[in-house]
Design a binder for this molecule. Structure first.
Ligand SMILES: Nc1ncnc2c1ncn2[C@@H]1O[C@H](COP(=O)(O)OP(=O)(O)OP(=O)(O)O)[C@@H](O)[C@H]1O
Ligand SMILES: [Mg+2]
Length: 488
């Protein structure tokens, strides 16, 4: 929201480390910055406010990095109406260049399905549950054995999963508490810090307990955390605890070796670097095609919204047809009914489009939505007043007259009225309701309402105005789409 105060908050503090080939787990309590660190590594965080360098195989990330890196985010962003295979095919179509043939793309999808042993669920739309989590971790472990670097964040994993870790990065309040080999972590905490993990303790619970201040150490924290600390001091205590543990890490042999290795990378860049092969330029229309295809497929598979929209339109059309079934050619009633029908149809068409409002709202909460609805309702009301139907436009004060040029209703109604009333004969009953004279022209009613109709241009200028307004709205929509935050 434009008037919201923004506060700066530092989420990660000077994280330096090396993720080696194998299984690299980022551990830590909820909110410690695990996902944020992964987002930084995957170039999904807004670079504004970030400093530092991310190297991959000793090289800086190429510009087309997002097409090369695979990242499964915490919130499910895959399309639930598409099958596993279709989701992978979509990704292949978007990421791979147009020059890659359809068959080659299909082969890539097949290979990934085989690599991840997804054959059985390739044509289903199932999600990941906790029982399959262990299978996924085992598969990732197998892939890591081929020399791949797998980095993931995990919250309180089972021992079965913990056993698969090669390296651990432990975070607390955005500070690094441990970064090194998984088998050494328990001895690190017991030998130099005095935290003992008992025989049947789950190591992950043990590590989380330490950083959350739930375990007591005889060596280090006597002065930092007191058992009788008041509840309101707990946050401060945790800060102090995280800082103390971080200081200890910075004095450890682990940090010394990380520093030595990173210094090596920066001071002596290796000469046998393989520069990234440049990917062919992406074609926007290609992306548009596949995204549209996915949208249509989604609509086809969960058609509720579209069925409701079509249903409402059909019901409205039937209702309109029935209401105006007996429309006659009389000068008073016939003209009123015709004008009424046209007004109703126009209003319905305009208001049905309110549904697209959501796109223009940054945070579509109930409150924001309600306020936006009221504002839009006001705009529509003003457009309706200046439609020339409710009030005669010539009687409106000159200062406000310009508003009619922005009324969608006016253009639509003028066009429909010209179409309806030209070449229309109207009748009037005279002489004690017995004789009808049908020599009245529909055009005269247009003249009465100050609607120009003589030339073709008088009709088509309304279409042109509506076309220009459509283009303006599409441009505004495009600008809004560009403004949507690409980063988390
Ligand atoms: N875009 C953002 N704007 C403001 N605060 C953010 C943003 N992203 C993350 N945060 C805050 O940064 C902190 C770390 O968030 P992050 O999602 O990285 O934690 P996490 O360790 O992944 O937690 P969890 O285990 O719950 O997934 C949290 O306090 C969160 O509220
Ligand atoms: Mg997270």
């Amino acid at each position: 929201m434009p008037f919201q105060n923004t506060k700066n908050k530092q989420i990660l503090h000077d994280i330096t480390g090396i993720f080696k080939s194998g299984m690299n787990a980022i551990l830590g309590p909820s909110g410690c910055g695990k996902s944020s660190l992964l987002d930084v590594l995957a170039a999904r965080k807004d670079p504004d406010g970030l400093s530092g360098t991310v190297l991959i195989d000793g090289q800086t990330r190429p510009n087309d990095y997002k097409y090369r890196v695979g990242y499964v985010v915490q919130d499910d962003i895959l399309s639930g109406t598409l099958t596993v295979k279709e989701n992978l095919a979509f990704s292949a179509n978007i990421r791979l260049s147009k020059t890659v043939s359809k068959q080659q793309k299909a082969d890539v999808v097949k290979r990934v399905i085989h690599q991840l042993a997804l054959e059985k669920c390739a044509d289903t739309r199932v999600g990941l549950d906790s029982s399959t989590a262990i299978k996924v971790m085992k598969l990732l472990h197998e892939i890591s054995l081929n020399g791949c670097t797998i980095i993931f964040s995990i919250h309180q994993p089972r021992y079965m999963i913990y056993k698969l870790f090669d390296q651990i990065l432990l975070l607390s309040l955005g500070l690094c508490i441990y970064h090194g080999p998984a088998p050494d972590i328990l001895s690190y905490f017991s030998e130099s810090l005095g935290f003992i993990c008992e025989q049947y303790d789950n190591p992950c619970d043990f590590l989380l307990d330490i950083v959350q201040g739930d375990r007591h150490s005889s060596v280090i924290l006597k002065n930092s955390v007191k058992e009788d600390d008041k509840e309101e001091d707990k946050k401060l205590t945790q800060n102090k605890l995280a800082e103390t543990l971080n200081n200890r890490y910075l004095k450890s042999y682990l940090w010394a070796s990380v520093q030595q290795e990173t210094d090596n990378y920066f001071n002596h860049p290796s000469s046998d670097q393989i520069l990234y092969e440049k990917l062919p330029k992406k074609c926007r229309f290609n992306e548009l095609y596949y995204v549209s295809q996915r949208v249509l497929r989604n609509l086809g598979r969960s058609p509720t919204v579209i069925i409701i929209q079509i249903g409402v339109s059909i019901v409205f059309a039937i209702l309109c047809g029935l209401v105006f079934l007996r429309i006659d050619h009389t000068l008073d009633q016939g003209v009123r009914q015709r004008a009424g029908a046209l007004f109703l149809i126009t209003t319905f068409q305009v208001f049905v489009n309110l549904i697209s409002l959501e796109l223009f709202l940054k945070e579509p909460t109930v409150d924001v939505f309600a306020v936006a609805n009221v504002i839009l309702g006001m705009i529509y009301l003003i457009m309706m007043i200046f439609s020339g139907f409710i009030v005669d436009l010539t009687s409106i004060v000159a200062a406000l007259n310009w508003l009619q040029w922005f009324s969608i209703f006016r253009y639509a109604l003028y066009g429909l009225n010209i179409n309806e009333f030209t070449n229309l004969n109207l009748c009037a009953t005279v002489a004690n309701n017995t004789t009808s004279i049908c020599s009245y022209r529909g055009e005269d009613t247009l003249i009465e309402r100050h609607i120009d109709f003589e030339s073709d241009w008088d009709l088509w200028k309304n279409f042109l105005a509506l076309g220009i307004m459509t283009i303006i709205y599409l441009i505004l929509t495009y600008i809004q789409l560009l403004r949507i935050k690409k980063y988390k």
